[in-house]
Design a protein around this ligand. Structure first.
Ligand code: GAR
Length: 233
């Protein structure tokens, strides 16, 4: 299969970029893909801010290097754990200030409450490392291997109060090899994520997929959702 890449020819020159806020907890390799695409004008987006719930997340460095505003709302302050309500109060205020069109959870590892999700100033999507509805939650690669799955992958779905249960917008699939371990599978799935996330955001920016943050309903010009992509891994 040939490498799929986004080029500036696929973006509209005159339409306004989609304002995106990204929530992260760790390495931020998916954030980096979005930063690279934005800087190369390969995606019609503007990353208006990044929120991290961990002060040691490498994603923070990636955002700062790209001059993107960062809010570190650490879940541990002076050894004390910040409750989810406190985090959400600060995150809500920050998001309202940034006025994003879309909120992207890219490796964000805290479970958000229903009131926060329902009152968010923009639709929210999450990148999940499994083919939903299979393997919600954590340790998805290990569980897929233990179950003897022949296929695995990643999904992008609308965030709702129920964990990893909102409408699935897109998925990328791979075949599990006999030699795969949880680590090798994680690395292969990440390669898919790095393609699925920009493609899905492009479809949202182009309104091929339309999201409604209040009703959580999705509308798509595609014949069916989720869009299933067979990408290189
Ligand atoms: C990604 O693999 C993403 O699927 C996963 O965290 C990783 C973050 O990687 N997300 C979840 O498990 C959410 N439940 P990154 O920080 O390098 O983008």
């Amino acid at each position: 299969m040939s490498e799929i890449s986004l080029t500036s020819a696929q973006t509209s020159q005159d339409s306004k970029p989609l304002r995106i806020a990204v929530l992260v907890s760790g390495n931020g390799s998916n954030l980096q893909v979005l930063i690279d695409a934005m800087q190369a004008s390969a995606l019609p987006i503007e990353i208006v801010g990044v929120i991290s719930n961990r002060e040691d997340a490498y994603a923070i460095t990636r955002a700062k290097d790209a001059d993107i505003p960062v809010a570190v709302l650490s879940h541990v302050v002076s050894g004390k754990r910040m409750g989810i309500k406190t985090f959400e109060t600060h995150a809500s205020a920050q998001l309202t200030e940034w006025q994003p069109d879309l909120i992207v959870l890219a490796g964000f590892m805290r479970v958000l409450s229903a009131p926060f999700i329902d009152s968010a100033p923009a639709p929210m999507i999450n990148l999940h490392p499994a083919l939903l509805p299979a393997y919600k939650g954590l340790d998805t690669h290990q569980r897929a291997i233990q179950a003897g799955e022949r296929h695995h992958g990643c999904s992008i779905h609308v965030v709702t109060a129920e964990l990893d249960a909102g409408a699935v917008l897109s998925q990328a699939l791979l075949q599990v090899n006999q030699k795969d371990t949880a680590d090798s599978l994680q690395a292969r799935v990440q390669k898919l994520e790095h393609q699925l996330l920009p493609w899905t955001i492009l479809l949202i920016a182009k309104e091929v997929i339309a999201l409604n943050s209040q009703s959580k309903e999705t509308f798509s010009m595609l014949p069916t959702l989720p869009l299933k992509l067979y990408l290189n891994s």
